[in-house]
Design a protein around this ligand. Structure first.
Ligand SMILES: Cc1ncc(COP(=O)(O)O)c(C=O)c1O
Length: 302
């Protein structure tokens, strides 16, 4: 990357120092905005079509106007080129734009920002904790990728205080939902007793759980490695996990798990609330990672 980061803001490519967002921007004041995080692979945005479609859905849900797909792609390509991003991550952010100091959106039109940077490097596996605050699967913003991430910030800090790398949310129905920046998959009944067994099934919460329709999640589901199924949060309790680990057959409990996201791909979960999982990565996780690698190998816009 060149030394000064270049960003696209409202139709112009400028350096970070030249970029200006109004102190009255509704995104800043209220979290009124939507975004996408994309991975750059070989100088091209991976899964462009899926990300743009999700951005359009989020914008529609928030009642936000979007620039044309062509304009967005021009902006993305300009940021990739200006920053020499052969691999990295991109963020498209669209906010409600300059507005009065309240919940009403202004009439000046949206603020559109495209920024890029290096990919975060994630460890080979991650310890997670379940946070005590539920996602509201019936809320106005459920399933939208909005910039209102305050709950995620608090949840991730809660995880960090417990030496974990990701926080998992349940929902109001008492089922598993997602992580702060990830979807979650669990292997059920795959054999405990430290062996990792085999023969279990891989499930991920349905969209009705309130989780984001993750691009990585969708690609894994379409690859046929997992099915959608509600998982009661109680299956992730220390008592349930310890029981699975001690049972020689593993029963129907959680034998392995992973989180998925654009920047993490498939990242095995090593422990939940301090209880190590019987296998990390387990056989279902390894198969999912291999299937995802194959999806990436075949196309940059699957
Ligand atoms: C809340 C949330 N859930 C899930 C995901 C994973 O989605 P994707 O695979 O599209 O990155 C993200 C990604 O940032 C997220 O923020």
């Amino acid at each position: 990357m060149s030394t000064a980061a270049h960003v696209w803001i409202n139709g112009s490519l400028v350096t970070e120092g030249e970029a200006r967002v109004s102190p009255f921007d509704h995104g800043l004041l209220t979290g009124d905005g939507v975004f996408e995080t994309l991975k750059v692979v070989g100088g091209r945005p991976f899964a462009w079509r899926r990300h743009v479609e999700r951005l359009a859905g989020s914008a529609q849900g928030m009642g936000l106007p979007l620039p044309s797909v062509l304009t967005l792609r021009t902006a993305v390509d300009a940021v990739v080129a200006a920053n020499g991003l052969a691999s990295g991550r991109l963020r498209i952010t669209v906010t409600g734009g300059p507005s009065p100091l309240g919940s009403d959106r202004g009439r000046d039109g949206p603020t559109v920002i495209v920024a890029g940077g290096p990919l975060p490097s994630w460890p080979a596996s991650v310890d997670v904790v379940v946070v005590p605050w539920p996602r509201n699967e019936r809320g106005a913003l459920a399933g939208l990728k909005t910039i209102s991430y305050g709950e995620n910030v608090v949840a991730l800090a809660y995880a960090r205080e417990r030496d974990a790398g990701e926080a998992l949310f349940g929902n109001l129905a008492g089922n598993l939902c997602e992580g702060t920046g990830t979807n979650v998959f669990v292997g059920l009944g795959g054999g405990g007793g430290g062996g990792g067994g085999g023969g279990g099934r891989l499930v991920t919460p349905p969209l009705s759980s309130g989780c984001l329709a993750g691009v990585t999640r969708a690609l894994l589901l379409e690859a046929g490695v997992a099915v959608e199924e509600d998982v009661p949060l109680s299956a992730l309790s220390s008592t349930a996990l310890s029981k699975t680990a001690l049972s020689s057959s593993g029963g129907a409990g959680v034998s392995e798990a992973f989180v998925s996201s654009t920047t993490r791909d498939v990242q095995p979960i090593s422990s939940i609330d301090g209880v190590p999982l019987p296998a990390c990565p387990g056989p279902l996780t390894a198969a999912a990672a291999a299937a995802f690698a194959e999806v990436v190998r075949r196309s940059d816009d699957p």
